[in-house]
Write a protein that binds this ligand. Sequence first.
Ligand code: HEC
Ligand code: HEC
Length: 492
Amino acid sequence: MTRDIHPFILVCGAGSIVAACSGGGGPGPGALARVADAPAFAALAPPAHPARDQAWPSSAEYMPVITPPFTEIFARLTAAKPALMERQLALMASRYDLSDRPARGVTMSRGKPVQEGVRVRLPPGVTWAMLAAMSPAEIRAKDLWPAGFYPLPHTNQVEGGFVFPRVQIDETKKQEGRDLTRFDLDFDTPDAFLPELPPAIYLTSRKDLGDVSRGKLVTNQNFFELFEGIVSPRELDGLRLLVTPFPQQQFNLTSDRRSERPSTGATCFDCHANGHTNGAYHLAPDARPEAYRHRINTPTLRGVNMQRLFGSQRALKTIEDFTEFEQRGAYFDGDHVIGAKKGLNILDRGAQVANMAGFQELLDFPPAPKLRPVDMKLDPARATQEELRGQAVFFGKGQCANCHAAPIYSDNFSHDLETERFYTPREINGQVAAGDGPIKTFPLRGIKDSPPYLHDGRLLTLDDTIEFFNLVLELKLSDGEKRDLLAFLYVL
Ligand code: HEC
Ligand code: HEC
């Protein structure tokens, strides 16, 4: 089977073929043939990736179960890595201002500074006010949608898979001797824009204890001493499974892996660090071909007990379902065939999944001392004037509360923000940006603890999210209203 059988097809509106369908690697041999077969469509060539193309001829459907020897894959992908990283880091630098600028006096729960300012770069000569004055159609026609508002591709969109931040890799190696380094690529978002590591842990069942992390990253080396006696034996067993490595596409014991040495796998908490998130990312398993798969940034598990939809796009209905789905689906890119070869671990629903869900459902949002527990809105006696004005914008002109409703600041629905109103589809580093579709309304409680934002981590600061929604919802907020809104988001 070769790639030619599965050319990437993109529907392009009349006249938009050049803008929408150019860029990237140029048409592959089969793509041109397919254009002739289907005159109504223009084919978007698969992004060129010679190393991967030779090692792995088709990424569009089933992966080949027999792969070249490990030494061959290792040599090819290691050689291809510098160019790949250069391309991705150049993309990041062109989309964002990545300088380290902590906001004065605003920190995450355990003290890591929050980054300030809008970091998405504007097209030359354009201001946020100018964009806000234009209609979506005008922004689209003039090609002015800021680069950082487009979907963010995976470091290597064709290959995908788990990518962990360096701090997580270092601490896991130190504690367990397990190495989460990939030889074919590195993490792309600077540390200043990631959640703190280790993050705090709050338990719904023991609010009196406050942060129970004791400043440690919870792993299989310390979970027992940290949690014995404060959770039930059943939840302690669930936590054991959440910190137990299980095989996965890139981290496994076969020769088809992306760790230098054979690996026992990844744990749930390698991404959901301390039940929160460290900003690790991979690709949603759902869509095909690969160029249409969405990058997904790890969401926090805080407050899952209050939620009804799980996964930014799949919208599974229970924590138990999502826990099973992670290993059976997401760990192997939705390819159960390759999963069987690499050691897919099937969890027992009654004994194991239930215990894992039990622990996750104890994870609470961080305290919000300025909110009244009864309705989780500001207590006027403790809030500043700026925060109170921000709350008024949030529940009024900003329309935020239509979807982000108190008490957890989510409506437990998905919404299609239709960002594709603002741009013509295009390929960006191997990913086709053609709209996001319906996405879960993530809760905003404790939101300053979990950058970067949106399902793919495309926005680095809360200031960026305000500019994003100001355009998406066509709000025309004033600079003062934006500042007030930010002050309110900080105290959620
Ligand atoms: C590579 C990092 C990674 C690992 C490992 C991982 N997850 Fe996730 N998790 C994610 C991402 C990314 C999402 C968002 C999925 C989406 O957007 O569809 C997610 C979503 C979830 C959700 C839904 C959260 C929400 O707010 O909708 C739950 C629950 C969850 N994971 C539990 C687990 C469990 C249990 C394990 C271990 C079996 C696990 N995860 C392993 C990255 C990871
Ligand atoms: C129509 C429903 C809707 C409205 C109105 C809305 N949001 Fe959202 N919000 C969403 C959805 C859906 C997402 C997830 C989008 C994604 O991940 O691509 C989101 C994501 C966010 C995030 C990032 C959450 C995270 O965990 O990454 C922030 C911050 C946010 N919204 C703030 C706001 C603010 C501030 C307003 C008002 C100015 C607002 N939203 C109005 C639906 C809405």
